[in-house]
Write a new protein. Sequence first.
Length: 94
Amino acid sequence: MLRCDLYCDIFVERDAYLAYLLSMQTQVDELFSLRHFQMEFYEFIEALCRWAEKLSLMRTKDILSIDDRRQEPLHKKIDACLLLIYLRVGDAIK
């Protein structure tokens, strides 16, 4: 999240942490197992979807308010979020 520079006024570090916590399944034994520190792939995908929903990014030529963007379907938000992550991480790797 830091490398992609996705934090802004509507998506702060606390929101990313909450998305992580809500995406993780409840663990039976958090004292003696390290499972609660490791995400499964489906939990990671859920966290990405929660980030995309909160950010509500859109790939459009029109300027939309945050309320209008939040009404759009989730697949458009995921598409824009993944494109932005790809572009930002790609620039960081070069």
